[in-house]
Design a protein around this ligand. Structure first.
Ligand code: VGL
Ligand code: ZN
Length: 209
């Protein structure tokens, strides 16, 4: 059992990020059993949920002539355009059915503002609006967070970096993450960037003892 001041953060374990989903992450399904096993070790388990309105401006389909993978300027921020994914109320936005959701203490939804994306579970990409996650963790006297999920090079990375910035000791469960790797090497670079910032790299085997 992990200490009471440590929380597990499950990032975006949703149907659309599975290999058969709308924004498929290779081997995304392989980490779900690890998440289920790890969850039992924590008193506090947070899940983030990508939760977009249908008119979200991160969707290529909402910009005429644009294709997924292209980068545009979205209200002053660079924005990768994505396939339509995790639309509020659709099956693709649900947590994967294999996930033991009864082990989740609290869900934080993100990406609900159509004008800005939100990779981090703490803030939108402009750091303008907080989701409430940091305050929620502090109220529960959490000092350390262990992060896993999808995708390593987007939502996992920004969630871990924001956790550090908010003052939490932050560990990445490397084998329980998978990434998009839009540009080959993105996942490795994301892990190196997190480590350089002060995120501690760990593994499910180490945590499960
Ligand atoms: C994500 C791209 C768009 C993620 C979410 O969960 O990493 N990536 N929306
Ligand atoms: Zn999204």
């Amino acid at each position: 059992m992990q200490g009471l001041t440590t929380a597990l953060i499950l990032v975006d374990l949703q149907v659309d990020f599975m290999p058969t989903g709308m924004l498929p992450v290779a081997e995304g399904d392989r980490i779900v059993p690890l998440a289920n096993r790890l969850m039992g070790e924590y008193r506090t388990v947070v899940a983030t949920q990508d939760w977009h309105p249908a008119d979200h401006q991160s969707f290529a389909a909402n910009h005429p002539w644009r294709k997924p993978g292209q980068v545009i300027d979205l209200h002053g921020l660079p924005q990768v355009l994505w396939p339509i994914h995790c639309v509020q109320g659709t099956w693709g936005a649900e947590f994967v059915s294999e996930l033991r959701t009864e082990g989740i203490t609290q869900v934080f939804q993100k990406g609900t503002d159509p004008t800005i994306d939100s990779y981090s579970g703490f803030y939108d990409n402009g750091h303008r609006r907080a989701t409430g996650l940091a305050g929620w963790l502090r109220e529960r006297r959490i000092e350390e967070v262990h992060v896993l999920g999808l995708a390593t090079d987007y939502c996992v990375k920004f969630t871990a970096l924001d956790a550090l910035r908010e003052g939490f000791r932050t560990c990445l469960v490397v084998d329980a993450c998978r990434g998009v790797d839009l540009v080959p090497g993105d996942v490795d670079r994301a892990i190196a960037e997190m480590a350089a910032a002060g995120v501690v790299l760990t593994s499910s085997a180490e945590l499960l003892g």
